[in-house]
Unconditional design. Structure first.
Length: 417
């Protein structure tokens, strides 16, 4: 990748990530608000026909009077606000970020040859295909007789998520495994909105416009899917941010850590749901949440899931790794990286206070350095972001060596980085 393209690619990633965070805030915020509103509705003697409950709220210097119709009002209101694009934009921007980071950077972030020596196209096919398959399985369960047994359905959904976490970790890097489990869950959530909740709402609106009585079954179906989304939100947030925590994603038990995170999402949401429903404060949920978090810390302490230094040195280089490792200037660049970075970015870090390599990036072997070429170029060549505060004293000549080495390779194409 030529330098100019490398810079543009970094800013593309930055823009898509920023968009994803903004849209996710909007979706999660509206979701939490409506769950709290729905649970807090109260009966009143003057409710109009068909109204289920009402709520008075104060915000921004004004008062709001909100009423909910359990099925539909008697006639179609003149103005109707739909809440859908928050969900759609979050999923679309997340899919774009998945492509930019994990598909374009498959050799570094997605594929782990020690687990499954996949071609890039194979890894991408598994990545994208698994998201669609997950929705089909989940939707089939919801439309089966189990849809009338919500507790059993939630337990089966939990089991499916744990199984998917384990399956992803057998194929992809630990970082990609947790991220894909988050994308798998988020796909279910957005598909619930796009394929179930919104179509059912449109049927109700069409009935109102035609003067027909709306069928309450559509609201019941939408309510089930909305409840699932409510309990899945917090675990998805953790999984989307998990790349910042090597103790979670690089652990050999990362799929079990994810399972405990899903349970924590349930206990935390149960506390707030019961509070908003004015059913008291279920403080026991915080005790359970704390115990689950202690379980997460214990699993993380059992060790990371990675090859040893000797195994890494013995593994043959992939074609992309070999192209960087054989490039002119690699020896000088690798000496700079090993001398200034490997004390932290090692399988067994020696820097005081660091237990696992930051973000799981290893920089000990020629293959390690070749795989992380783009990151090294941006973080330690184009900028002085690494080492942090230049704590190991990387010199300008060493940064220049990194620049010359990376630019010597030339344009590889997005899929090669």
């Amino acid at each position: 990748m030529i330098p100019e393209t490398a810079i543009l690619w970094e800013f593309l990633s930055f823009a898509v990530r920023w968009l994803h965070v903004i849209t996710a805030i909007a979706w999660i915020g509206s979701s939490f608000y409506f769950i709290a509103l729905d649970l807090g509705l109260q009966k009143a003697p003057d409710l109009p026909k068909g109204a289920h409950g009402e709520e008075w709220q104060v915000h921004g210097g004004g008062f709001y009077h909100i009423r909910k119709y359990l099925v539909a009002p008697e006639r179609m209101p003149e103005h109707l606000t739909w809440f859908k694009w928050e969900s759609y934009a979050t999923w679309l921007s997340g899919a774009a970020l998945l492509m930019v980071t994990y598909w374009a950077g498959a050799n570094l972030y997605l594929i782990e040859p020690a687990k499954a020596d996949l071609a890039i196209w194979q890894a991408i096919l598994i990545s994208g295909g698994s998201l669609a398959v997950g929705w089909l399985i989940y939707d089939g369960l919801c439309k089966s007789p189990l849809g009338n047994r919500p507790t059993v359905l939630m337990l089966l959904l939990f089991a499916a998520l744990v199984a998917m976490g384990w399956a992803y970790d057998q194929i992809f890097t630990g970082r990609a495994a947790l991220l894909h489990l988050g994308a798998f869950t988020a796909t279910i959530m957005t598909a619930n909105v796009f394929l179930i909740i919104m179509p059912n709402q449109r049927i109700v609106v069409a009935d109102l416009k035609a003067g027909r009585a709306a069928d309450p079954k559509y609201g019941k179906i939408a309510k089930l899917r909305s409840t699932h989304n409510n309990y899945l939100t917090l675990p998805v947030i953790f999984l989307m941010l998990s790349n910042h925590y090597p103790l979670a994603f690089a652990s050999q038990y990362n799929w079990l850590i994810a399972a405990l995170i899903f349970l924590m999402g349930v206990t935390i949401r149960h506390f707030f749901n019961t509070m908003h429903a004015r059913k008291g404060y279920q403080w026991w949920t915080w005790a359970v949440t704390t115990m689950l978090f202690i379980g997460v810390m214990w699993l993380a302490s059992l060790g990371v899931n990675q090859d040893s230094y000797d195994e890494a040195m013995a593994r043959p280089l992939t074609p992309v790794e070999a192209r960087f490792a054989d490039a002119e200037g690699f020896e000088d660049a690798s000496q700079a990286v090993i001398g200034r970075c490997s004390m932290c970015h090692a399988r067994e870090p020696v820097w005081d206070g660091i237990r696992t390599a930051p973000k799981g990036v290893l920089l000990e072997t020629p293959a390690d350095i070749a795989r992380a070429a783009h990151q090294i170029y941006v973080q330690a060549g184009l900028t002085d972001a690494m080492p942090p505060a230049n704590i190991t004293g990387m010199e300008d000549a060493e940064r220049d060596a990194i620049l010359r080495w990376f630019r010597e390779v030339g344009p590889l194409g997005v899929a090669g980085l």
